[in-house]
Design a protein around this ligand. Structure first.
Ligand code: NDP
Length: 312
């Protein structure tokens, strides 16, 4: 079977993937980047980014990702729509299946597939997804302007989204499973001091109620057993993320949560020529700037690998 072969294949289009593409292009590796399901990654569903150096006045996440993409294109990266659906790392060139229909070979592969939102796992959550259930307040909050909404979670993401919703919606009901929050102190202060955010501590979501769309949420207090039905028009889930590493499970070493293991201080995985960068291998820092930095490391590692193998 004749398959297209590329020098350096980058899977994923968040800060890690695009940064890897910029460095790999400038190093003459002619990288081909496949964007995945959500071109631009998680930053395309966020609002203001204030902590990425170089933007003294802040920038909107989607705009920042357009800058990343444009810069990678200008350096010569070949950026394509599509989804990596399978890999075969037992052969050389390494193989990647695209859109479940064609295989591409690559001398080196950089994985930058990021992480995706986690869900509670309730049947009603799945059934009403897109009908008031959402994992992205910034994407969908606007549809519930002036309405009462609920959000579950207690990390920085949940608090950021609760504050965002508090500006659009009449009231935000915040469901927290413990008696304290995980988020940074400054965010906690902002949230508890926002008059239209009501906290429900030690509370679990039992069910999201509604036939065709979200109408209410039923929660129970874990300490008292008290149940409560809160009428809301939307239910936002902000309980963290999981790495997008499913298709590599058979091949790469991972931790129990599915984060790809790399050799400390490098992007090298257990398979020669396969490198990992960004959130798919980082459950600790998970920032745009650290992802970008690790994309740079992956491109430099890939270049060194290809040179050492006489492939570049
Ligand atoms: P986190 O993993 O930090 O937080 C997840 C939250 O969801 C926790 O409070 C957890 O509760 C709660 N949770 C998990 N599962 C359930 C469940 N089944 N039911 C109810 N609650 C649940 O994820 P985030 O996405 O908030 O943040 C990820 C990382 O990104 C963090 O390091 C964060 O600091 C960072 N971040 C930084 C931002 C910034 O600097 N501007 C903005 C957003 C994120 P519990 O606490 O009980 O475990």
């Amino acid at each position: 079977m004749e398959i297209e072969k590329v020098h350096c294949r980058i899977i994923g289009s968040g800060p890690a993937g695009y940064t890897a593409a910029i460095y790999a292009s400038r190093a003459g590796l002619n990288p081909v980047l496949i964007q995945g399901l959500q071109p631009g990654g998680q930053l395309t569903i966020t609002t203001e980014v204030e902590n990425y150096p170089g933007y003294p006045d802040g920038i909107q996440g989607p705009d920042m990702m357009i800058h990343f993409e444009n810069q990678a294109r200008r350096m010569g990266a070949d950026i394509r729509y599509g989804l990596a659906t399978k890999v075969d790392f037992s052969v050389r060139p390494l193989r990647i299946e695209i859109d479940a229909e064609k295989w591409i070979g690559a001398d080196a592969v950089i994985i930058s597939t990021g992480a995706s939102a986690k869900w509670l796992g309730l049947e009603s959550e799945q059934r009403l997804n897109g009908y008031g259930v959402s994992a992205c307040a910034v994407c969908d909050g606007f549809f519930f302007k002036g309405k009462e909404v609920a959000i579950v979670g207690a990390g920085d993401t949940a608090l950021e989204e609760a504050l965002y919703l508090s500006k659009i919606c009449s009231k935000v009901h915040m469901i927290v499973r413990r008696s304290e929050m995980r988020a940074s102190k400054v965010m906690q202060e902002r949230v508890v001091n926002t008059p239209n955010i009501t906290m429900y501590w030690n509370s679990e979501t039992d069910e999201i109620l509604g036939e065709k769309k979200v109408e209410a949420v039923r929660i129970s207090n874990k300490l008292t057993g008290e149940k409560k039905v809160i009428p809301v028009s939307a239910f936002f889930v902000a309980i963290g993320h999981q790495p997008n590493s499913e298709i590599f499970k058979e091949w790469l070493d991972m931790d129990e949560a599915g984060y790809i293991r790399t050799v400390p201080g490098t992007s090298r995985t257990n398979i020669e020529g396969v490198f990992a960068s960004g959130d798919v291998q980082d459950k600790v820092y998970r920032q745009a700037v650290t992802a970008a930095g690790s994309g740079c490391i992956a491109a430099l590692d890939a270049e060194r690998y290809l040179s050492a193998k006489g492939l570049h």
